[in-house]
Design a protein around this ligand. Structure first.
Ligand code: S3P
Length: 175
Protein backbone atom coordinates (compact mmCIF):
# COMPACT_ATOMS: atom_id res chain seq x y z
CA UNK A 1 0.00 0.00 0.00
CA UNK A 2 1.22 3.49 -0.78
CA UNK A 3 2.43 5.69 2.07
CA UNK A 4 0.27 8.45 0.65
CA UNK A 5 -3.21 7.88 2.13
CA UNK A 6 -4.85 9.94 -0.60
CA UNK A 7 -4.10 7.13 -3.07
CA UNK A 8 -6.04 4.52 -1.07
CA UNK A 9 -9.10 2.94 -2.70
CA UNK A 10 -11.67 4.01 -0.11
CA UNK A 11 -12.57 7.53 0.91
CA UNK A 12 -14.38 7.79 4.26
CA UNK A 13 -16.24 10.96 5.10
CA UNK A 14 -16.43 11.53 8.83
CA UNK A 15 -17.58 14.36 11.09
CA UNK A 16 -20.38 15.31 13.43
CA UNK A 17 -24.06 14.73 12.69
CA UNK A 18 -25.26 17.34 10.21
CA UNK A 19 -21.90 18.01 8.56
CA UNK A 20 -23.24 16.60 5.29
CA UNK A 21 -21.43 13.25 5.11
CA UNK A 22 -24.22 11.40 3.33
CA UNK A 23 -25.22 14.16 0.90
CA UNK A 24 -21.65 15.04 -0.06
CA UNK A 25 -20.52 11.41 -0.09
CA UNK A 26 -23.26 10.49 -2.52
CA UNK A 27 -22.50 13.50 -4.73
CA UNK A 28 -18.79 12.66 -4.72
CA UNK A 29 -19.45 9.04 -5.64
CA UNK A 30 -21.61 10.15 -8.57
CA UNK A 31 -18.95 12.57 -9.72
CA UNK A 32 -16.20 9.93 -9.69
CA UNK A 33 -18.50 7.06 -10.72
CA UNK A 34 -17.67 4.79 -7.81
CA UNK A 35 -19.97 2.93 -5.42
CA UNK A 36 -21.34 4.76 -2.38
CA UNK A 37 -22.13 3.23 1.01
CA UNK A 38 -23.89 5.05 3.82
CA UNK A 39 -22.85 3.24 6.99
CA UNK A 40 -26.05 4.07 8.92
CA UNK A 41 -28.20 2.84 6.02
CA UNK A 42 -26.13 -0.34 5.82
CA UNK A 43 -26.64 -1.01 9.54
CA UNK A 44 -30.38 -0.42 9.15
CA UNK A 45 -30.54 -2.81 6.19
CA UNK A 46 -28.48 -5.46 7.97
CA UNK A 47 -30.51 -5.34 11.19
CA UNK A 48 -33.92 -4.48 9.77
CA UNK A 49 -34.20 -1.72 12.38
CA UNK A 50 -33.84 2.05 12.32
CA UNK A 51 -30.84 3.60 14.07
CA UNK A 52 -33.23 5.19 16.58
CA UNK A 53 -34.82 1.79 17.32
CA UNK A 54 -31.41 0.13 17.70
CA UNK A 55 -30.38 2.76 20.25
CA UNK A 56 -33.69 2.53 22.08
CA UNK A 57 -33.91 -1.27 22.22
CA UNK A 58 -30.31 -2.45 22.41
CA UNK A 59 -28.49 0.64 23.68
CA UNK A 60 -25.47 2.52 22.39
CA UNK A 61 -22.87 -0.17 23.16
CA UNK A 62 -24.69 -2.76 21.04
CA UNK A 63 -25.12 -0.20 18.26
CA UNK A 64 -21.38 0.61 18.33
CA UNK A 65 -20.47 -3.08 18.16
CA UNK A 66 -22.68 -3.55 15.12
CA UNK A 67 -21.37 -0.36 13.53
CA UNK A 68 -17.77 -1.58 13.98
CA UNK A 69 -18.57 -4.98 12.43
CA UNK A 70 -20.17 -3.39 9.36
CA UNK A 71 -17.39 -0.84 8.90
CA UNK A 72 -14.57 -3.35 9.36
CA UNK A 73 -16.24 -5.60 6.78
CA UNK A 74 -16.25 -2.74 4.27
CA UNK A 75 -12.67 -1.67 4.99
CA UNK A 76 -11.34 -5.20 4.70
CA UNK A 77 -12.91 -5.69 1.27
CA UNK A 78 -10.87 -2.72 0.04
CA UNK A 79 -13.27 -2.08 -2.81
CA UNK A 80 -12.89 1.32 -4.37
CA UNK A 81 -15.62 3.66 -3.30
CA UNK A 82 -16.92 6.31 -0.95
CA UNK A 83 -18.27 5.60 2.54
CA UNK A 84 -20.27 8.09 4.61
CA UNK A 85 -19.53 7.13 8.20
CA UNK A 86 -21.73 7.70 11.25
CA UNK A 87 -20.62 10.60 13.43
CA UNK A 88 -19.43 8.34 16.25
CA UNK A 89 -18.11 5.44 14.20
CA UNK A 90 -14.37 6.15 14.66
CA UNK A 91 -14.39 7.16 18.32
CA UNK A 92 -13.12 3.72 19.28
CA UNK A 93 -9.31 3.74 19.12
CA UNK A 94 -8.94 0.37 17.37
CA UNK A 95 -11.62 1.05 14.74
CA UNK A 96 -10.22 4.52 14.08
CA UNK A 97 -6.70 3.13 13.69
CA UNK A 98 -7.94 0.54 11.20
CA UNK A 99 -9.81 3.15 9.17
CA UNK A 100 -6.82 5.53 9.16
CA UNK A 101 -4.52 2.73 8.05
CA UNK A 102 -6.82 1.47 5.29
CA UNK A 103 -8.79 4.39 3.90
CA UNK A 104 -8.41 8.08 3.26
CA UNK A 105 -10.44 9.69 6.04
CA UNK A 106 -11.73 13.24 5.62
CA UNK A 107 -13.58 15.05 8.41
CA UNK A 108 -16.25 17.54 7.47
CA UNK A 109 -16.58 20.45 9.86
CA UNK A 110 -19.26 23.10 10.38
CA UNK A 111 -20.14 25.61 13.13
CA UNK A 112 -22.57 24.59 15.89
CA UNK A 113 -25.32 26.90 14.57
CA UNK A 114 -25.16 25.26 11.14
CA UNK A 115 -25.24 21.77 12.64
CA UNK A 116 -28.21 22.64 14.83
CA UNK A 117 -30.10 23.95 11.82
CA UNK A 118 -29.34 20.79 9.86
CA UNK A 119 -30.13 18.21 12.55
CA UNK A 120 -33.12 20.11 13.87
CA UNK A 121 -35.60 18.37 11.63
CA UNK A 122 -34.55 14.77 12.36
CA UNK A 123 -34.53 13.06 15.73
CA UNK A 124 -31.02 11.88 16.68
CA UNK A 125 -30.86 9.52 19.65
CA UNK A 126 -27.68 11.06 21.08
CA UNK A 127 -29.09 14.57 21.04
CA UNK A 128 -32.39 13.63 22.66
CA UNK A 129 -35.15 16.21 22.96
CA UNK A 130 -32.80 19.11 23.54
CA UNK A 131 -30.22 19.21 20.73
CA UNK A 132 -29.39 22.86 21.46
CA UNK A 133 -27.76 22.10 24.79
CA UNK A 134 -26.35 18.68 23.94
CA UNK A 135 -24.80 19.29 20.54
CA UNK A 136 -22.12 21.83 21.50
CA UNK A 137 -20.94 19.75 24.44
CA UNK A 138 -20.74 16.52 22.43
CA UNK A 139 -18.97 18.26 19.53
CA UNK A 140 -16.39 19.76 21.91
CA UNK A 141 -15.65 16.32 23.35
CA UNK A 142 -15.27 14.78 19.91
CA UNK A 143 -13.26 17.52 18.22
CA UNK A 144 -9.85 15.98 19.10
CA UNK A 145 -10.96 12.75 17.41
CA UNK A 146 -12.30 14.38 14.25
CA UNK A 147 -8.97 16.25 13.98
CA UNK A 148 -7.14 12.94 13.58
CA UNK A 149 -8.56 12.45 10.07
CA UNK A 150 -6.10 12.74 7.18
CA UNK A 151 -7.78 15.98 6.09
CA UNK A 152 -10.59 18.31 7.15
CA UNK A 153 -12.92 20.36 4.98
CA UNK A 154 -15.54 22.90 6.00
CA UNK A 155 -18.99 22.03 4.73
CA UNK A 156 -20.42 25.40 5.74
CA UNK A 157 -18.55 27.92 3.61
CA UNK A 158 -18.87 26.60 0.05
CA UNK A 159 -21.36 25.04 -2.33
CA UNK A 160 -21.72 21.23 -2.45
CA UNK A 161 -20.16 21.34 -5.94
CA UNK A 162 -17.09 23.17 -4.62
CA UNK A 163 -16.74 20.74 -1.71
CA UNK A 164 -16.99 17.74 -4.03
CA UNK A 165 -14.36 19.32 -6.28
CA UNK A 166 -12.10 19.87 -3.25
CA UNK A 167 -12.55 16.22 -2.21
CA UNK A 168 -11.68 15.10 -5.74
CA UNK A 169 -8.55 17.22 -5.54
CA UNK A 170 -7.50 15.71 -2.23
CA UNK A 171 -8.22 12.08 -3.01
CA UNK A 172 -6.65 10.23 -5.90
CA UNK A 173 -8.41 6.92 -5.27
CA UNK A 174 -10.86 7.74 -8.07
CA UNK A 175 -8.08 7.62 -10.69
C1 S3P B 1 -24.19 9.11 15.63
C2 S3P B 1 -24.43 9.63 14.39
C3 S3P B 1 -25.49 9.10 13.52
C4 S3P B 1 -25.81 7.65 13.85
C5 S3P B 1 -26.09 7.50 15.31
C6 S3P B 1 -24.91 7.94 16.17
C7 S3P B 1 -23.10 9.71 16.45
O1 S3P B 1 -25.07 9.17 12.16
O2 S3P B 1 -24.75 6.81 13.47
O3 S3P B 1 -27.23 8.24 15.62
O4 S3P B 1 -22.66 9.09 17.43
O5 S3P B 1 -22.64 10.82 16.09
P1 S3P B 1 -24.92 10.57 11.37
O6 S3P B 1 -23.63 11.19 11.78
O7 S3P B 1 -24.89 10.14 9.94
O8 S3P B 1 -26.09 11.41 11.70
Amino acid sequence: MSDDPSTRPILCLWGFMGTGKSTLGRALSEQVRLPFVDLDARIEAATGQSIAALFAVQGEAAFRAREAVELRGLLRRRERGVIALGGGSLLDDAVRAEALATAYVVSLVAPVATLLERVGANFRPLLGDDPASRLGELLERRRPFYRQAHASISSADSSPEAIVAALCGLWRGWN
